[in-house]
Design a protein around this ligand. Structure first.
Ligand code: ASN
Ligand code: ZN
Length: 340
């Protein structure tokens, strides 16, 4: 049993070691393991400190217990692997039957979380104590970051430019961020934990003043990064967490349709470029289409117009070219100003 920071008590599968101890490593998920970076900017997973326990009870739900953040991380990684396996038959982040690794307490007051392709693992900062008050180990952030790992192993979408501060720009990079948010939200729906109600918001559990980091129905509601709702020629130069709005919005419209809609505890309101309505085909089908497009048709330079074609091909494969699904894909992109 783990006592987490964000989702209460959760069951975890752990490993019994020779010395009558338990290790925070899950043999039912290809040895998925979480370690402690000990507040160093440590990117070598092997040098992280293992979490062990004699009681097989992990954390106490408080930030002061180092294992509590590890419980959220391990839970989130396992939920993400389960989502990819049960939805698409994907066996691990790289689809190679290997577990995923995570390190919590990365660096000193780091207000971010990363998929790191050097250590091939997840790195979670503890937050800066100001905007981010707790470690960034919530479920949709984990789903987001691990999806960067999936993109790394498939289309490898790359930023068009990177500036001196490491900020990334351009459409393929924006599409990468968007896919991370799309599948990150789907991880929440898949886990369906009442302590973490699923929705199309990203980072709503982080305790931010502005309530969420990003949202898919109307990306421009994000006050932090200034995401965009519609494509324009300038999107070529847009920062990737802002440009992500274009395809996140198209995906939401495909799944749920335009206008006001209440799902669970959240009311969504999704506008369209031309003001005409879009009728959604449902989240499950929309997600299948985007996954097939990512894994079969997208490449490192895929921009939004290419992404339209990639999702059209995926929808045609899955549902046929006369289908409502195929037509709604075209309609959803037109509604974000991406046309032939
Ligand atoms: N959390 C950020 C992201 O995944 C980290 C970064 O900017 N690379 O987009
Ligand atoms: Zn990202």
């Amino acid at each position: 049993t783990g006592s987490s920071l964000f989702v209460g008590k959760v069951p975890l599968t752990t490993t019994r070691t020779a010395a009558r101890k338990y290790l925070l490593k899950d043999p039912t998920h290809w040895g998925t393991e979480t370690r402690d970076a000990k507040n160093k900017e440590q990117e070598n997973f092997a040098r992280g400190t293992k979490f062990t326990s004699t009681t097989n009870k992990w954390g106490n739900g408080a930030v002061s217990s180092r294992a509590s953040a590890a419980v959220d991380a391990q839970y989130g990684v396992v939920q993400t692997l389960d989502f990819y396996k049960k939805t698409f038959g994907r066996k691990g982040i790289k689809n190679n039957g290997k577990g995923a690794r995570a390190m919590v307490h990365f660096g000193n007051q780091v207000a971010n979380a990363f998929w790191d392709s050097v250590c091939d693992c997840m790195l979670y900062g503890d937050g800066d104590g100001d905007m981010f008050k707790k470690p960034l180990v919530v479920l949709d952030v984990t789903g987001h970051e691990l999806t960067h790992g999936v993109v790394d192993a498939t289309a490898r979408l790359e930023p068009t430019f990177v500036d001196g501060d490491g900020n990334q720009y351009g459409e393929p990079g924006s599409l990468n961020e968007s896919l991370a948010d799309i599948f990150g939200s789907n991880v929440e729906f898949s886990a369906n934990n009442p302590k973490n109600p699923p929705n199309y918001l990203i980072g709503e559990k982080l305790g931010l003043d502005q309530k969420f980091l990003r949202r898919l129905d109307q990306p421009s509601q994000d006050v932090l990064e200034g995401a965009i709702d519609y494509w324009s020629p300038e999107t070529y130069y847009t920062e990737v967490h802002a440009g992500s709005g274009v395809s996140s919005h198209a995906y939401y419209l495909l799944a749920e349709g335009s206008g006001q809609k209440r799902i669970g505890a959240v009311t969504y309101d999704s506008p369209t470029y031309d003001g005409a309505a879009v009728k959604g085909i449902g989240r499950a089908k929309a997600t299948k289409i985007y996954y097939r497009a990512l894994t079969r048709y997208m490449v490192s330079t895929t921009d939004f117009h290419d992404a339209r074609l990639a999702t059209m091909k995926a929808a045609r494969d899955l549902y046929g070219r006369d289908s409502v699904e195929f037509k709604t894909v075209i309609r959803s992109w037109a509604a974000v100003n991406v046309t032939a």
